[in-house]
Design a binder for this molecule. Structure first.
Ligand code: NAD
Ligand code: LMR
Length: 338
């Protein structure tokens, strides 16, 4: 059976590998849910030195699965080892919020993690390493990591809004009594935060316009706030932030990016200043399709109505203020180049 597998294994790093999201992601990466049934993988598990024992436990469980596609499991608290020659990076390692906090409150503690991470990627990873940032606040953390990885193409740095996208799909499916696969052309714009804009104005359900199947009051007072606040809802119920659904979304995001998909997806990436009027240099969620390992913005969607303009402005302003809050981290380049 091994003969059907591609010869060279791909290296995938997962940071925060002793944490709860990683505990769901790692086993699916090893089973082929990301790169398919013919691609062998080597997993690199990074966490803080005090989590070494836990990492050993996760490594032991990965071994105990006897995954046919899993060639090796590297565990480390050393960034250079963790990012050495990796093809894909799942950046999960960061504090989660608790009840009553906003994701932006994590910026002070989590932002600085991504300075070292960006440098470690720049110095060690494969030159076409694809990166997804999951750790919150994901968009601005991604901006920081990208800033310190100038030798890697900018577009290789993305942040996850796929969980928000998936949440929106299911809420609309539940409301309309349809399947998620019946739903086309849905997008979540902006920041992974309560200012995100889940947009179903162009969405169809079984070929019918979504806005003709649900009333605008439901969109305004139920759908939008529910998707925007779903992370907090999960924290309230589980007493822990979403983990399996977050891990699942990370795999969906990376799989579609690598394999391609004609479906509209929501991916947060570096805005070039020419796309939908979003200022340059924010990690902003846009509608994309994916092909040949690249994502491409879906152009020409109308954002001219009052609601869209207001929402896009709000989430843009929030990302601008998050960037402002980490300005000192984006200026430390010299301190770190030796
Ligand atoms: P967790 O606390 O269970 O795990 C985080 C792990 O990261 C811990 O093991 C911790 O030791 C490790 N860590 C901390 N700093 C590190 C560093 N500098 N290098 C390496 N590892 C480090 O948390 P979790 O529930 O797995 O969540 C992880 C992050 O993902 C949180 O920030 C959370 O808010 C975020 N999240 C994002 C989304 C999204 O949609 N973008 C969804 C869910 C959760
Ligand atoms: C989520 O959306 O579930 C995560 O970002 C966790 C959180 O803090 O909401």
């Amino acid at each position: 059976s091994m003969a059907t597998h591609s010869d060279k294994p791909k290296r995938i790093v997962v940071t925060g590998a002793a944490g709860q999201i990683s505990y769901s992601v790692l086993f699916r990466l090893a089973s082929g849910a990301f790169l398919g049934p013919n691609q062998r993988v080597i997993l690199h598990l990074l966490d803080l030195p005090n989590m070494e024992e836990v990492l050993k436990g996760v490594q032991a469980e990965l071994h105990d699965c006897a995954f046919p596609l899993l060639d090796d499991v590297v565990i480390t608290s050393n960034q250079a080892v963790a990012f050495k020659d990796v093809d894909y990076a799942y950046l999960v390692g960061a504090k989660p919020r608790g009840p009553g906090m906003e994701r932006g409150d994590l910026l002070k503690d989590n932002g600085k993690i991504f300075v070292d991470t960006g440098k470690a990627i720049n110095d060690n990873a494969s030159r076409d390493c694809k990166v997804i940032v999951v750790g919150n606040p994901a968009n601005t953390n991604c901006l920081i990591a990208q800033h310190y990885a100038k030798d890697i193409p900018r577009e290789n740095f993305t942040a996850m809004t796929r969980l928000d996208h998936n949440r929106a799909l299911t809420q609309l499916a539940l409301k309309t009594g349809s399947r998620v696969t019946d739903i086309k052309n849905l997008v979540v714009w902006g920041n992974h935060s309560p200012t995100m804009y889940p947009d179903i104005r162009n969405t169809t359900v079984n070929g019918k316009k979504a806005t003709e199947l649900v009333d605008s009051n439901w969109i305004e007072t139920e759908f939008t706030p529910r998707v925007q606040q779903r992370g907090a809802e999960i924290i309230k119920l589980r007493k822990l932030s979403s983990a399996a659904s977050a891990g699942n979304a990370a795999i969906d995001h990376m799989r579609d990016w690598v394999n391609g998909s004609d479906e509209m997806q929501s991916i947060s990436f570096y805005s070039d200043g020419k796309t939908y009027g979003v200022p340059e240099g924010l990690i902003f969620s846009f509608p994309v399709t994916t092909k040949n390992g690249k994502y491409e913005v879906i152009k020409g969607l109308n954002l001219d109505d009052e609601v869209s303009r207001t929402r896009i402005k709000k989430t843009t302003d929030e990302l601008l203020s998050e960037r402002q809050a980490v300005e000192h981290l984006l200026k430390m380049q010299d301190l770190f180049s030796y």
